[in-house]
Design a binder for this molecule. Sequence first.
Ligand code: ZN
Length: 212
Amino acid sequence: MSDSAIREQICRCGASLFRRGLTFGSTGNISVRLPDGGFLMTPTNASLGELDPAKLSRLDAKGNLLSGDKPTKEAFLHRVMYGQRDGANAVVHLHSTHSVAVSCLHGIDHHDCLPPLTAYYVMRVGRLPLVPYYPPGDESLALAVEKLAGDHHAVLLSNHGPVVAGTSLDNAMYATEELEETAKLFLLLRGEKTRPLTAEQVEELRKAHGLW
Ligand code: ZN
């Protein structure tokens, strides 16, 4: 895919997320790893609903800004994901409401925040660990995400939101959306007796669809 096609794709994804209420204000950020090892990233203080392809931050492999506006202040979340996952070609981070709601709940399993309610959740997201709370920009937050990113392509930041890596931007988007919808289902079903998939059913899906 050409540089300009990737820029258009990032802007289209941002607009789609914004239109559907999955992001708001200037929250949320998207990045794509380029064939030369560099990155295209959404700029700081930009609405994902109104991204300008020409102003996306173009970074080299070390994260130095080559052109465009300054990258998102949350660039470090993307950097640690790529650093730990060779197969990651895109990262999406949102403050999407239902996922954030789950990240604020008392007593959820820190090793796996959501039950395997549907097959698609298991196939797209898998296990979702909770990253302890740190103030935005705190170096400890980067380290905490880095520690988990090798084993998990999706993590949930406490009182903040999800960070999801994918082998492509489409896959990162699909997984982020699956996570948000599952968080919504989980909240809808709170207080109800539910039948999540069994451990055997989850294992069968993992074997057949091998999460990366
Ligand atoms: Zn954030």
